[in-house]
Design a protein around this ligand. Structure first.
Ligand code: SF4
Length: 212
């Protein structure tokens, strides 16, 4: 795994995703390296000349950039983790996502009308449950199947499904709004998945496999 630090030019990227005004990605690349990841087919990944999942570039200046951009940006929904996982393993050391959330909190972003949504596969998000609850952020954890066998085929380096469900339950217990992102929907026992998610989430979002 190759980890480097870069200086980004901007951090709030206008988004065309329905219901999302800005995407915010603290990292380029993702060490989870899921086999279906649509980001891996993007030209900038090919330009790097490295295999998807084997490099991560941390936007070291992201908190400072965000502080500046929040002064001028029109309030709206900010989705963190559209093209990377904001709680992939390197986050435990760099704490970039945590510092980004602190900038939102320190700049009274919620009071000004900025809303935050986070999407991850990692229980590391629990570390930030306090600030997420204060921001009234919504946290999604991706759960693509109820089968660990299927998960290992498609997401071999991502956390096991039971740990993700446990994290959803704990987030909810600690006052964070939660959703399960079932996308792409992989082979599963649907009733089994519903049973696992019961009581752990406020809503479920389902997506199909998006082939290039
Ligand atoms: S965790 Fe998300 S961003 Fe990372 S490789 Fe998997 S699908 Fe892509």
């Amino acid at each position: 795994m190759e980890v480097s630090e870069i200086a980004a030019k901007r951090i709030l990227t206008p988004s065309r995703i329905p219901g999302v005004d800005y995407s915010l990605n603290p990292y380029l690349g993702c060490s989870f390296g899921c086999r279906y990841c649509y980001v891996s087919w993007m030209p900038w990944v090919r330009d790097r000349g490295r295999r998807w999942g084997e490099f991560v570039e941390a936007k070291a200046n992201a908190p400072a950039l965000l502080r500046e951009e929040l002064k001028r940006a029109t309030p709206g929904m900010v989705a963190i983790g559209i093209s990377t996982d904001p709680y992939q393993p390197i986050e435990a050391r760099l704490r970039l996502t945590e510092r980004i959330l602190e900038v939102f909190r320190g700049n009274s972003a919620r009071e000004r009308g900025f809303r935050v949504r986070v999407l991850t596969k990692s229980p590391l998000v629990l570390r930030d449950a306090g600030v997420l609850a204060e921001l009234d952020a919504e946290v999604g954890i991706t759960v693509t199947t109820d089968s660990e066998g299927i998960r290992r085929l498609f997401e071999p380096r991502a956390p096991p499904i039971p740990l993700r469900i446990r994290a959803l339950r704990e987030l909810k217990r600690r006052g964070v709004r939660t959703y399960a992102f079932v996308g792409p929907m992989l082979p599963m026992d649907p009733e089994g998945l519903v049973g696992m998610l019961s009581g752990a989430v406020d809503r479920v979002v389902i997506d199909r496999m998006n082939y290039p």
